[in-house]
Design a protein around this ligand. Sequence first.
Ligand SMILES: Nc1ncnc2c1ncn2[C@@H]1O[C@H](COP(=O)(O)OP(=O)(O)OP(=O)(O)O)[C@@H](O)[C@H]1O
Ligand SMILES: [Mg+2]
Length: 338
Amino acid sequence: MQRAERFPGASVLLLLLLLAARVVTAFEPISVGIAIGAVSALTGYLSYKDVYCRFAECCREEQPLNASALKLDLEEKLFGQHVATEVILKALTGFRNNKSPKKPLTLSLHGWAGTGKNFVSQIVAENLHRKGLKSNFVHLFVSTLHFPHEQKIKLYQDQLQKWIRGNVSACANSVFIFDEMDKLHPGIIDAIKPFLDYYEQVDGVSYRKAIFIFLSNAGGDLITKTALDFWRAGRKREDIQLKDLEPVLSVGVFNNKHSGLWHSGLIDRNLIDYFIPFLPLEYRHVKMCVRAEMKARGSAVDEDVVTRVADEMTFFPKDEKIYSDKGCKTVQSRLDFH
Ligand SMILES: Nc1ncnc2c1ncn2[C@@H]1O[C@H](COP(=O)(O)OP(=O)(O)OP(=O)(O)O)[C@@H](O)[C@H]1O
Ligand SMILES: [Mg+2]
């Protein structure tokens, strides 16, 4: 669309035709096709697809990821998660720059409540598909909501496999987010497993450009313990690196026989590409969340309110009171009372 912007006359014409076409959209698809064709022909330099994708959401597999936009989003919006920011950026840019990945990208996000796992998934989704979580190419599953009954596991498995297959056939770079992964029945994980593997195709469909994101609290306590050890040793939070957390996670989550993730064999088979730890949030991060929420509501930032909301949150461990019990999770509702 950049080319049209350099030529104002064409932009105006394009806009008028687009508006006309939008009115027509409500009536009849053939007219829409003609209108779009006319727009393309008249402007001379916009493809049918370019114009069509202004109306409907398109799966643009060839479109590269705007890595600097994602970086900026993460740096500006996500507080206190330097390890997660770095790994997510690396994982997504590497994957999307690879023209022929050998398997779909699988990310497993771990951490304490309210530390930004769903929030990051939303940012990632928006950077991959314009409409983010509302996109037809982004699918969010919540274990307790979508797969609540153990006796229906067979049905869920069947439905989920059909859903993934249908959606990846329609858009190769579909995104599937599984929330509450630690509460997901191992049978459901088994149903996803074939799609995550190094197959060129499964029943004629290639899953290699899809992205799977798993969210869980598993290992959150161990990540917190590591952060606390750093704090007690007088070391900076920003000095915590992935290599400080990986061994902790692998012992606590992946070698833990009570963990659903272990049972599913996802780890043994190396099907998860990146384990992404989320650190517990401190008082200063909670304050940042309050400020961000105020700005999002269009109000001026009032530091007295910021302090009051942050002071209402509860912090642990008992003696030091460093980390917020619920991260930033209740900030929004608490702000309603001020
Ligand atoms: N690190 C963060 N930076 C900025 N905002 C955050 C952060 N963590 C949480 N928030 C805010 O708090 C809200 C709740 O966080 P989110 O739902 O992402 O937590 P979660 O990690 O998924 O927690 P849970 O494990 O309980 O599901 C977000 O919508 C966001 O507004
Ligand atoms: Mg969550």
